[in-house]
Every structure is written in C-alpha cells, then in structure tokens.
Write a protein that binds this ligand. Structure first.
Ligand code: GLA
Length: 381
C-alpha cells in the first residue's frame, strides 16, 4: 500500500509525501456502552486507512481518493460539512483550526482497505489518519487522546452521528497483540494481552450497509438519556447509565416506557458483561467469554434492537458450528460485521460453512476477515 500511495501522490501532486496509516477496530464486548460512560474492549486491526500528505503553497486542501478516483479541492477559509467521506477531513481541519492551530494548504491522497459501512470504524480511521498526519506535519504536539476527541467531535458536528469515543480511541491507541479496556468516563485505559494462539477473531460481513444506522444510533442515545433523566429524579447522583444498578432500574421500571426500560437494561447488563469478561480473559477462559458474546447478541437483537435478520442469521449459524466460542453483532449495528471467536484449526471450515449458508439464505456472498490485532495510527516508515 505504501508504494502505491506514494506513486499515486507523486503522479497527482509531483512531490514526495509523508505517509500515515490508522486502523479500523474490532470490539470484543461492550457495545453502545461508550456514550453511556461505561467500558469498551476494542483492539485495532490489520485493516487501515492510509493518508499521504504534503504542504502546498496555496490555502487549499486538495484531496484525491484513489479508491474512488475522485478529486476534491476546498478553500481552507470556507470549511463546512459536505456529503460523503470528505466531510471527515473537513471536520478535522475545522476543529484543529478552532483550537488555534494554523493549517495551511495541503495535498492529500487517501486510500485504504477498511471495509466501508461494515461496523469496523472506517470513518474514525479516516479522522485518525488525517488528524495524525496533520499533527505530525505541522508539529502541533497533540496527544493521541486529543486527536481521538477531535475525531469524535468531527463525527458529531460534520457527520451528525452522536458517537462515543471507542472507535477513534482504538484507532489511535491500538497495540499489537492487545485489546484495550477503556473507561469511557475517565478515559483511563489498560492493555490486556489477547494471547490465544489457538483462536482467531473472525469478522463475517453481512454486506448490509447500515444506512439506517446513524439516525437510529442517535435515537438509542436519546433513549438512554431519557432513562437517565427519569431515574435521576429518584437517585440524584446518577449522571449516566454507568451509575445505575439493575436494582435501581427495576425499582422504577414503571416510570419508564417499556422501550426505554429495555434500552437501559441492555446497557447496564452489557457493562457488567464486559467487566466480568475481562476477568474471564485474564483467566484464559475463552469458553465462558464466548458464551457472554452470545448473550450480548441476544441483548443487542431483542433489547437494544440494533441487529438485523442477516446478523441474527450469522450468529445462529456460528452457534451451530463446533469450533466457535462466541459470536455477536459488532459495532453500531444494523448490519456490518459479526465478530466470531473461532478455533484456528477450524477457520477454513468455518469460512466455507458461513459463506455457503449465508449465500444460500440471502443470495449474497459475505466477506470474511481473519483479523490480527495490530498497532494504532502511525507514520509508515
Ligand atoms: C459505533 C460508534 C461507537 C460505539 C459503537 C457501538 O461504532 O462510533 O462510538 O458506540 O458504535 O458500540
């Protein structure tokens, strides 16, 4: 990828660029907990967005997206949200300028292999790669966490998705062979080795792109906030679902609509699953961890309602396959990928079985990614 992006850059802009890569992510467990100030358990993966960048003498952001063979130019004095992926570059530029960083004209080529709309955080990888590249090139001295927060702000303001911090955090802080337990309230985190050579993390892409996802995502967030506002009347110290116990929720269940109750209940249990899951991983008990992934899927599908018939089908099929420890819908939901923990020696058979059963059912061939956990954003040497 490095050679091809450099030669593309030279062809487009006639100079040598700096090249940066930022990965997509998986999340083992803890879905939709980030914007509820809970915990998440992501890892960066071996699929990345690449940004090649160099300064130009104008006050213009020139971008070429090799995958789409598209060119854009934006005046740096007139930055505003646009439709499509370029909005992420504009958002990062805008927010960096807002906090006082002087960005002059740059030429950019962007490329990558993070599947789009697959729940692997391609948009966060774009923000992370571009933010990281600007930070390096102009020497702003921002920390990885500061860049992650700017990426999240960009999603909120330039893409209209009120996401949590997990994706941007993971893309910037990933560490080879490790997952990260992030406390989304304090932003403290620890690396946990994911050291199971006999198992692989496999993503099965439903190929259903989550067009619904951003609007429904924001609705889920609002429903959680509604639950918190009502429960706060009875427990004033509550600030987020992180602070709510199952006992508290049950006690005032009748004050909430049935739907809001289900949303809150899912989040409280998902957070508890994650905390218990970390203990299981530390003990090397992947079997019990996998069982919790199946439980999490049930909650995502029935309680939080962010699955879809394609993901449900894949999880049912995975459960029937003997080399699978656990499986569930991953990421924001409404399609994208399921995450599966599969015995290394069953990977081939599992892939064939999933391709056959899914394509027979939906007449679409799913893509399958056998992932490796890798480092976060970095300059490509
Ligand atoms: C998307 C969001 C994240 C997180 C997940 C669900 O990926 O960007 O912040 O909420 O969905 O866990």
């Amino acid at each position: 990828m490095k050679e091809s992006i450099i030669s593309c850059f030279v062809e487009q802009f006639g100079q040598q660029p700096l090249v940066v890569a930022a990965p997509g992510r998986v999340n083992l467990i803890g879905e939709h907990t980030d914007y509820n100030e809970g915990f998440v358990l992501p890892g960066a993966v071996d699929k990345r967005i690449y940004v090649a960048i160099a300064k130009n003498e104008k006050n213009i952001l020139n971008v070429y997206a090799s995958q789409y063979k598209q060119n854009f130019s934006f005046d740096l004095n007139e930055i505003h949200p646009v439709d499509g992926w370029a909005t992420y570059l504009l958002g990062m530029t805008y927010h960096l300028k807002q906090i006082g960083h002087n960005i002059t004209g740059v030429d950019v080529v962007i490329d990558g292999d993070v599947p789009l709309g697959a729940g692997m955080s391609s948009s966060a990888a774009v923000c992370s790669a571009f933010g990281f590249a600007l930070n390096e090139m102009f020497g702003f001295g921002l920390s990885r966490m500061e860049l992650a927060l700017l990426g999240q702000k960009t999603e909120h303001t330039f893409a209209g998705v009120k996401c949590g911090i997990m994706d941007q955090f993971a893309s910037l802080h990933g560490k080879k062979g490790h997952i990260m337990k992030l406390d989304c309230r304090s932003l403290e985190y620890e690396y946990i080795p994911f050291d199971f050579p006999d198992y692989k993390i496999i993503l099965v892409n439903t190929m259903v792109s989550h067009a619904l996802a951003s609007s429904e995502y924001n609705v889920r967030r609002q429903q959680c906030e509604e639950g918190v506002a009502i429960l706060k009347e009875y427990f004033p110290t509550i600030n987020s679902l992180r602070d709510v116990s199952n006992e508290q929720l049950e006690k005032y269940k009748d004050e909430l609509s049935e739907m809001v109750y289900r949303r809150c209940s899912f989040i409280i249990n998902e957070n508890a699953r994650l905390l218990h899951g970390c203990d299981l991983l530390n003990k090397g008990d992947l079997k019990s961890f996998g069982q919790m992934m199946f439980e999490a899927h049930k909650g995502l599908s029935k309680g939080y309602e962010v699955s879809c018939k394609e993901s449900d089908f894949l999880v049912v099929q995975a459960k029937l396959f003997s080399g699978v420890m656990g499986a569930r819908q991953m990421g924001g939901g409404f399609g994208g990928c399921t995450i599966n923990i599969v015995k290394t020696d069953s990977v081939e058979d599992f892939s064939t079985y999933m391709r056959d059963s899914y394509s027979k059912q939906f007449d679409v061939m799913p893509e399958i990614y056998v992932t490796q956990i890798e480092d976060g954003a970095k300059v490509v040497e």
